[in-house]
Design a protein around this ligand. Structure first.
Ligand code: ZN
Ligand code: ZN
Length: 224
C-alpha cells in the first residue's frame, strides 16, 4: 500500500506532465490540452454518434446501463495518467481524474455511487482500488462502496481479446442489498468494450435498480 501522498513532495509544485510551474497537478496549458470528449455522442455508451442519438450498437444489443458520461478520450496523456494511478500507486492522480469527472457530473441526481469492485486478490496485491479512489472524489454522501461486490475472481479484462471479455465477467458481480427503484452511478477509470460495466449494471438491475449510469474518466473506441 503506498503511503500518504504529499502533493508538494511528489510534484514539487511542477506540472505532472510538462514539469512547468503549476499550482495544481497540471498546469493550465496541459489541462487545456487534455483530450476531452466533445458531443455528439451516444448518450448510452458515449461513443461517437452523428446526431447525438442512441447509436446502432446500443440499439441492436442494448446494454444494461442507461447512460454513460465519459470525460476524456483514452489517448495520451489520459492513458498515462490512468496508468500511473492504476499501476504505479500515484494516488494523487485520483484527485485530478476525480475532479475532471466531477466537473462533468456535477448536478446529476443519483441515489448511490459505487465503483467497479476489484477482486480480493488484486486488491491485496495492489493495496487499493483505483476506481474506488476516483469514486471517493465524486460520490460525496452518496458513495456506497460496499453496495456492489465481486462474487468471483476473473482474469483482468485488458489481458483478454475483446470477444472474450463479456464471458469473462459474466456473473462476476452481485449487490449486497435490494435497491428498489434506485438510480445508481458506477465509477470506473476506462471504458473499452463496456462488458464489465454492463455486467455491473446487470447486477444492479437484478437487485432492483431502476437506472444505472456509468461515470468514467476515459473512453476508448473498440473496433467493432
Ligand atoms: Zn503542464
Ligand atoms: Zn451507444
Amino acid at each position: 500500500m503506498p503511503g500518504k501522498f504529499s502533493f508538494a513532495a511528489l510534484f514539487g509544485g511542477t506540472c505532472y506532465l510538462c514539469r512547468g510551474a503549476a499550482r495544481e497537478l497540471l498546469c493550465a496549458a496541459c489541462d487545456a490540452d487534455l483530450p476531452r470528449l466533445a458531443p455528439p455522442r451516444c448518450p448510452r455508451c458515449a461513443l461517437d454518434s452523428p446526431r447525438g442519438e442512441v447509436c446502432g450498437r446500443c440499439l441492436s444489443d442494448a446494454p444494461h446501463y442507461d447512460a454513460t458520461v465519459a470525460v476524456l478520450s483514452y489517448e495520451f496523456p489520459a492513458d498515462a495518467l490512468v496508468h500511473a494511478l492504476k499501476f504505479r500507486g500515484e494516488l494523487a492522480l485520483a484527485g485530478l481524474l476525480g475532479a475532471l469527472l466531477f466537473q462533468r457530473i456535477s448536478g446529476s441526481e443519483v441515489d448511490h455511487v459505487v465503483a467497479v469492485p476489484l477482486s480480493d486478490s488484486r486488491l491485496r496485491s495492489r493495496g487499493y482500488n483505483h476506481a474506488a479512489e476516483i469514486a471517493r472524489r465524486v460520490g460525496g454522501g452518496k458513495l456506497d462502496l460496499g453496495l456492489c461486490v465481486r462474487s468471483r475472481d476473473t482474469p483482468p479484462q485488458m489481458e483478454l481479446p475483446y470477444a472474450e471479455r463479456r464471458r469473462n465477467v459474466r456473473g462476476a458481480f452481485r449487490c449486497t442489498r435490494a435497491l428498489a427503484g434506485a438510480c445508481v452511478a458506477v465509477v470506473d477509470d476506462v471504458m473499452t468494450t463496456g462488458a464489465t460495466l454492463d455486467e455491473v449494471a446487470s447486477a444492479l438491475k437484478s437487485a432492483g435498480a431502476a437506472r444505472v449510469v456509468n461515470w468514467v474518466v476515459a473512453r476508448t473506441f473498440p473496433a467493432r
